[in-house]
Design a protein around this ligand. Structure first.
Ligand SMILES: *[C@@H]1O[C@H](CO)[C@@H](O)[C@H](O)[C@H]1NC(C)=O
Ligand SMILES: CC(=O)N[C@H]1CO[C@H](CO)[C@@H](O)[C@@H]1O
Length: 144
């Protein structure tokens, strides 16, 4: 009897730990990954980003969804390379009343700790092509 109760308890614990957790933050920097046409920039993140989306997450990210690189100081808390639990997850970015969604593809090792994005997102948040200034003040939510 005691034995089966212990099993029931461990099953419950396993179920609870598998439940999705939200990862979120405020006042995070944004940066532009590559100037110009967002399509080749997205392709670079898709093919060569730390998550290996083109190898390990085929079909898991909608083709029309922008991709981002997360700051290493956030990304690294959730695993490494394709085993990082943030990989291919949808991130909702908000700044000054503008909200956009993207999928996580890469890790950005930079001392500005910025969420690196393609020009389509960058312009939506008020950035300009050929201007690599950091834009501060992003909030984000990831359903991990
Ligand atoms: C955001 O970027 C600025 C430089 O534009 C930097 O001084 C600041 O430390 C960065 N914030 C974080 C949290 O790294
Ligand atoms: C690998 C990567 O995405 N690096 C970017 C990190 O953010 C800086 C801006 O601070 C970009 O210039 C890098 O391209």
């Amino acid at each position: 009897m005691q034995f089966s109760l212990a099993i029931a308890a461990s099953v419950l614990a396993a179920t609870a730990s598998a439940a999705p957790a939200t990862v979120s933050g405020t006042n995070t920097n944004g940066s532009i990954f590559m100037f110009g046409d967002p399509a080749p920039a997205r392709n670079l993140l898709y093919q060569f980003g730390a998550c290996g989306l083109s190898t390990y997450f085929v079909g898991q990210v909608p083709d029309d969804m922008p991709l981002v690189a997360m700051p290493a100081n956030i990304f690294d808390q959730y695993g490494s390379a394709q085993h990082n639990t943030l990989c291919a997850k949808i991130i909702t970015l908000t700044r000054n009343g503008v909200t956009r969604q993207a999928a996580i593809a890469d890790r950005n090792l930079s001392n500005t700790n910025s969420i690196d994005m393609t020009l389509d997102l960058w312009e939506a948040f008020g950035g300009h092509d050929n201007d690599g200034s950091i834009i501060p003040g992003f909030s984000y939510v990831i359903n991990n």
